[in-house]
Design a protein around this ligand. Structure first.
Ligand code: PGA
Length: 258
């Protein structure tokens, strides 16, 4: 299998820079020579410089949780892709359901950010997922297809492979309710099929992460599924030992899928 498992921590609006260093240090040390899978931490903007400075030669990667759709200029309060690159950031979480629902981000707006990332050689982690209401109304595929088609419009073919998709059913985020491995696999397979329609055969190389109450007790089963290529982890990423247990699950799953 050519897809490298990605275990990503979404720290959300948690941890001061000092606390972020405490959380990141044992993770960076533990994965220092880890080349089997990719391990990513996404702190707040204010903690990125301190965490980046710790990475050194470790293979741990740093991501951001948002980026401006604009390149530079009079956009008070915004942070550009180039500014993130300068801090060793290599991934950016985009279209998270919290940004869609609390900050009104639309597929068209998220698409501009996806394109801004690709332009600066940052890897977008585009989040998609349905609400409980949409699932109960039988609209899972419709909702996800709309988010993918809108979010990935005009993606240049030569950059498509760097995109990561995260399937995060809104009803599973921070609720302790996880999608069953079968439910998740079904949607992941649909996402891959839709990616083939939008981007072509490169979809076989695009990683699709699962997110929504992933934790050490359920990760092995989820990561064993053929179209689940990693996890985007919120709550469990805030405890170094839990996150490292998830990294271990990722390493085991990668070996089993090889
Ligand atoms: P959770 O969050 O693991 O706390 O459910 C996942 C996410 O929102 O990315």
């Amino acid at each position: 299998m050519s897809r490298k498992i990605l275990i990503a921590g979404n720290w959300k609006m948690n941890k001061t820079a000092t606390e972020a260093v405490e959380l990141a240090k044992p993770i960076i040390d533990a994965v220092a020579n880890q080349n089997d899978i990719d391990v990513l931490m996404c702190p707040t903007f204010t903690s990125i410089p301190a965490v980046s400075a710790l990475v050194g030669n470790s293979t741990a990667k740093i991501g951001a949780q948002n980026v401006s759709d604009k390149a530079s200029g009079a956009y008070t309060g915004e942070i550009s892709a180039a500014m993130l690159r300068d801090l060793q950031v290599s991934y950016v979480i985009l279209g998270h359901s919290e940004r869609r629902s609390y900050y009104g981000e639309t597929d068209a707006f998220i698409n501009k950010k996806v394109l801004a990332c690709l332009e600066s050689n940052l890897k977008p982690v585009l989040c998609v997922g349905e609400t409980l209401e949409e699932r109960e109304a039988g609209k899972v595929e419709e909702v996800i297809k709309t988010q993918l088609v809108g979010g990935l419009a005009d993606v240049p073919a030569d950059k498509a492979e760097s995109i990561v998709i995260a399937y995060e059913p809104v009803w599973a985020i921070g609720t302790g309710k996880t999608a069953t491995p079968e439910q998740a696999q079904e949607v992941h397979a649909f996402i891959r099929k839709t990616l083939t329609e939008i981007l072509g055969t490169v979809s076989a190389n695009i990683r699709i992460l699962y997110g929504g109450s992933m934790k050490p007790s359920n990760a092995d089963e989820l990561l064993a599924k053929p179209d689940i290529d990693g996890g985007l982890i919120g709550g469990a990423a805030l405890v170094a030992n839990d996150f490292l247990a998830l990294v271990n699950s990722g390493v085991k799953a990668q070996a089993a899928k090889a």
